[in-house]
Write a protein that binds this ligand. Structure first.
Ligand SMILES: [Zn+2]
Length: 314
């Protein structure tokens, strides 16, 4: 939100399931449904409260939810339903449901069921087709068959046909076009955003519509992508890009810088180059190193906003 205010906004804040559990004061290992729900809801309420200080549009989203994590998903929708009753809007803006491990039929049917419920309180559904490679938040797709890394236009059409029939339903499609979670050595990933472009063309023909971009796509695993690929993906109808790994790295880099810069003040509670009895409390205060991480991450986010051309627009 600090980065968004600096650049002109808007910004999307996304909680993962493991992140929610971590916010509840537990390890980020995705094992405790109740903690995952409590932490994610608490995070959303925190963002809503603090967002008032920044005055930029904030979209509250949650990341990948696979089938075995549906109790978390249900808990979040319930929280939005309760919030909606009191405030006339949902607690969250949108949720991602990643049933790409299920059959296409099951994926679409379960998404439809949830979208019907979510549409009533103006929650957007992001669904996934195909597989994002790599590893993230405890889900390992590093060994997946490479053909599954590329979504077929026919699959997107089936999703589009079913979900666009839901009254007031808003949805986006996280399609696989060779994207992966994480940053790997150059040449390891073959991004083909032309798949998105071809899919738009296919669906435009099916619909016989005027729009060149009937589908709103989501780009998972945006970290490490070239500006050229990012811009091409936007032209092909990408409305959202996830950039976890690059922002995580920026945060760590900022903390690492802090440690290096203040190394001589961080070896003991007392004693530094200024004298053997000088206290170091203000250096090892966790807020100091965490703040350094925040500043680096905010700088990286401003660059993301420029790359994505999302400054001063929704
Ligand atoms: Zn993802």
């Amino acid at each position: 939100m600090e980065a968004a205010k600096k650049a002109g906004g808007p910004v999307m804040v996304t909680f993962s399931r493991g992140g929610g559990q971590f916010l509840a004061g537990k390890a980020a290992d995705n094992t405790d449904d109740a903690a995952c729900i409590a932490g994610t809801v608490a995070g959303a309420l925190h963002v809503r409260q603090v967002a008032k200080l920044y005055g930029v549009p904030v979209i509250l989203h949650t990341d990948h939810c696979q089938k075995s994590w549906l109790p978390w998903f249900d808990g979040l929708i319930e929280a939005s339903e309760e919030y909606f009753e009191k405030n006339g809007e949902p607690l969250f803006s949108s949720h991602m449901l990643d049933l790409s491990e299920e059959s296409l039929e099951d994926n679409i049917a379960i998404c439809k069921k949830y979208l019907e419920r979510m549409a009533k309180i103006n929650l957007l559904l992001e669904m996934e087709l195909g597989v994002t490679g790599g590893e993230e938040d405890g889900v390992d797709n590093t060994d997946v068959d490479s053909s599954r890394l590329y979504t077929q236009p026919e699959e997107v059409w089936q999703v589009y046909e079913t979900l666009s029939a839901v009254p007031n339903g808003n949805f986006t499609v996280a399609a696989a076009f060779g994207n992966v979670h994480g940053v790997y050595a150059p040449g390891n990933v073959s991004l083909k955003p032309v798949i998105l472009h071809n899919t738009q063309k296919f669906i435009k023909e099916k619909l016989g519509c005027d729009s060149d971009k009937p589908v709103s796509f989501v780009f998972h695993g945006g970290s490490g992508s070239s500006l050229e690929d990012i811009r091409y993906a936007i032209e092909a109808g990408v409305v959202k890009m996830n950039i976890d790994t690059d922002t995580q790295w920026a945060f760590w880099d900022g903390m690492n810088d802090y440690q290096k810069k203040n190394k001589d003040y961080l070896q003991a509670q007392i004693g530094n180059p200024e004298g053997p009895e000088k206290p170091n409390k203000k250096y090892y205060d966790p807020r100091m190193s965490l703040r350094s991480g925040e500043e680096k991450m905010a700088d990286r986010l401003v660059k993301c906003m420029e790359d994505l051309k999302c400054i001063d627009r929704l």
